[in-house]
Design a protein around this ligand. Structure first.
Ligand code: FMN
Length: 350
């Protein structure tokens, strides 16, 4: 076969080589469950969790670690600066049953960077080495690391960082090929994924701007990466993993009937209700709807009406209207996968 059918993290085979990328405020358990149900996922990564919160007994941070067995294999992502707290948090993640612990070295949000964590670690390599050494020593499950290209375009150092990660016992490195300063502007530089792949022998995954199965296949072809992470593309279309996997295997990609998508949205609502108070459910339903209810021509008024709703019950007739229109007109994949600035604005949820 032309494309890899799996990748391995310390001898553990994961298939397909498609990963749900960590997204703060998005890849919580309710979302992960529906994404997993749509199929095609080899690995899921949680939203990032603060080691400060975890090690200071913050209930919400601990709740963020909870997952259902069907979400496995799952990596719990942590962020922070202090190596002792990082180690302690990694131990907590292992005890919570994570298959992998993922270290965040990419978040560009000011609040995170000012605390020394996220992409700040790309310009503090002695501290990064300390963290990785401590975490590796403390856990028996594999440690993976997600990075950006560098701090800014004058200090692109992801190849050096990837080598450091390998040297410290990291089991996989994922590159989102933008710099911290770049934020979400422009495009991710996938040439750097290829360069990292040439320079380390641990698995390498790439992240950034995969919105269609063809995007993913092109990245496998161009870089020889072991896996790809998909983030924003999975919000508008959680079936993207299954569709990519099928396209990679020369199979016509599954197009879910609107009725099934409607049920999925309601299942998401039910998952949310198990997980959080109704106020939170309304917010999360609005956020997903703004992305998920795309692809029906002239569907903008429905999204606007959903965003103005005060309760989930008020939204439900809009969902009916949207999916009834989808039955008639179909869902336009190009409209559905168009990048959305709102998701970019919500980066790291802070
Ligand atoms: C709303 C949002 C939240 C994110 N949160 C995280 C996070 O918690 N940890 C992380 O490593 N990356 C985070 N990212 C970055 C994504 O995982 C991914 O690397 C990036 O969005 C590029 O991939 P994409 O174009 O497929 O979305 C976030 C991105 C978005 C849009």
């Amino acid at each position: 076969m032309r494309y890899p059918d799996s990748f391995q993290i310390e001898g553990r085979k994961l298939s397909p080589p498609l990963v749900l990328s960590p997204m703060a405020g998005v890849t919580d358990s309710p979302f992960r469950q529906v994404a997993k149900k749509c199929g095609g996922l080899g690995l899921i990564v949680t939203e990032f969790i603060s080691v400060e919160g975890l090690t200071r007994g913050n209930l919400r941070s601990h709740e963020m670690m909870r997952f259902k067995p069907e979400e496995r294999p799952i990596a719990i992502q942590i962020f922070g600066y202090d190596e002792v707290r990082m180690r302690w948090a990694a131990e907590i993640a292992q005890e919570a049953g994570a298959d992998f612990v993922d270290i965040n070295c990419g978040c560009p949000a000011k609040k995170v960077v000012n605390g020394g964590g996220g992409s700040n670690l790309l310009r503090d390599l002695p501290q990064l080495r300390k963290i990785l050494t401590e975490v590796k020593r403390a856990i028996t499950i594999p440690m993976t690391v997600k990075i950006r290209a560098g701090w800014d375009d004058k200090s692109i150092n992801c190849i050096e960082v990837a080598k450091l990660i390998e040297d410290c016992g990291g089991a996989m490195v994922t590159l989102h090929g933008r710099t911290r300063v770049q934020g979400y502007r422009g495009f991710a530089d996938w040439d750097l994924v290829r360069e990292i792949k040439r320079n380390v022998s641990i698995p390498v995954s790439g992240s950034g701007d995969i919105l269609t199965p063809q995007d993913a296949m092109r990245r496998f072809d161009d870089t020889g990466c072991d896996a790809v992470h998909i983030g924003r593309g999975a919000i508008a279309n959680p079936y993207i993993f299954r569709q990519t996997w099928e396209t990679m295997n020369g199979v016509e990609p599954y197009q879910p009937p609107p009725r099934e998508m409607h049920e999925l949205l309601l299942e998401f609502r039910d998952n949310l209700r198990e997980h959080m108070p109704e106020r939170g459910v309304i917010g999360r339903m609005k956020m997903l709807s703004a992305q998920f209810l795309r692809g029906v021509p002239n569907g903008a008024h429905i999204r606007t009406a959903v965003l103005r709703s005060q309760t989930v019950e008020e939204m439900e007739p809009m969902f009916e209207e949207y999916f009834a229109m989808a039955e008639i007109y179909g869902i336009d994949a190009e409209l559905q996968s168009a990048p959305d600035e709102q998701a970019e604005l919500a980066e790291c949820g802070v």
